[in-house]
Design a protein around this ligand. Structure first.
Ligand code: ZN
Ligand code: ZN
Ligand code: ZN
Length: 329
């Protein structure tokens, strides 16, 4: 049974998930060689996963996107929320949700290989699940993320992303919310809209501009080729994104992923969604976005010790290089 434990010194929750114990060294192993026959995410092998919670129909009676509960969940919805204290130590049952979004029926395609309409269908599946999970009032924040390639944490080669809903707002998001709120209290403007305006004036760190979206290398990028993707229009929550908005993000994301594949020879990467906590109404101060981080360097002791990052690639250089990278249409 998964459990959440709070570090007694700093404000940090950790998920203790013994059911995932058969995979603690997943990062250190190469991805298993698998083909359409043994792959649990391939059409025909649907019985190898738990029953689906969402499916988008595909060609000839098949499916194009499938969402299933994770077979090795870090958190579960069906347990009672019970908080406990034992002297210094606080814990709570691992209430949450952990789902897998199978992004395509085709075993060998990566997200970047898919047409924009299929990437849009993946984003729509994230959104549909998010809206459904937000009905569970115990859940506070939802993360959609993708680990592409073994060095980024993937344990299966078939293209998929994951959704994790948590019963608390974790520090990385809480820090962003706090910073954005502080800027708004000061200036009555969204800090992300301000960043976009400045970056679009300077152009130095802009990777891609489309009619609806902008991708840029953040000023204080933590790692080489870290890239953020925004809608130009101010929108605080992914749940209320329109079809048109998801289309423009899907389109820009596809181009960015393809540029990164060409420029860096199909690197492993992490992609994640930052959006408002569940059920929080639209506001003028937070702006949802995607963050993409190719895995090119290993995090070392210094990062672990200090929470600071050392990035050997100036974001201006990364942006310039990606801007000039041509991709096939
Ligand atoms: Zn497969
Ligand atoms: Zn904004
Ligand atoms: Zn963010």
């Amino acid at each position: 049974m998964p459990e959440l434990r709070k570090d007694p010194v700093v404000d940090r929750w950790v998920i203790i998930a013994p059911e995932r114990a058969d995979r603690p060294n997943a990062l250190l192993r190469p991805l298993p060689e698998s083909d359409g026959e043994t792959c649990p995410f391939c059409p025909g092998n649907e019985v190898m996963t738990p029953p689906e919670v969402l499916v988008h129909p595909g060609k000839a009676g098949g499916w194009s996107v499938r969402v299933v509960p994770n077979r090795y969940p870090a958190l579960r919805t069906e347990i009672q929320m019970s908080r406990a204290g034992n002297g210094l130590f606080d814990s709570t049952a691992g209430v949450g949700a952990h789902e897998v979004v199978i992004e395509t029926a085709e075993h060998r395609k990566s997200l970047a290989d898919l047409p924009a309409a299929q990437i849009e269908s993946v984003l729509t599946a994230w959104q549909e699940r998010m809206i459904d999970l937000s009905r569970d009032l115990r859940l506070k924040a939802l993360f959609a993320f993708k680990n592409q390639g073994a060095p980024a944490g993937a344990t299966l080669p078939h293209a998929h992303s994951q959704l994790v809903a948590l019963p608390f707002v974790p520090p990385a998001l809480a820090d962003e919310l706090r910073g954005a709120r502080r800027h708004y209290d000061d200036k009555e403007r969204c800090i992300f809209c301000d960043i976009l305006a400045q970056e679009l004036r300077d152009k130095e760190r802009v990777v891609l501009e489309t009619e609806g979206a902008v991708a840029l290398s953040p000023y204080a990028a933590r790692s080489p080729f870290e890239t953020w993707l925004f809608l130009r229009e101010h929108r605080s929550s992914f749940e209320s994104a329109t079809g048109q908005e998801l289309r423009s993000v899907a389109d820009a994301l596809r181009t960015v992923l393809r540029k990164i594949d060409v420029a860096l020879d199909r690197p492993a990467y992490n992609l994640l969604l930052h959006t408002m906590p569940l059920r929080e109404s639209r506001n003028d101060w937070y702006h949802w976005h995607l963050e993409l981080k190719p895995v090119l360097t290993l995090q070392a002791g210094f990062e672990w010790a200090s929470g600071c990052y050392i990035n050997p690639t100036p974001p201006e250089e990364a942006a310039g290089f990606l801007r000039q990278t041509e991709t096939a249409p």
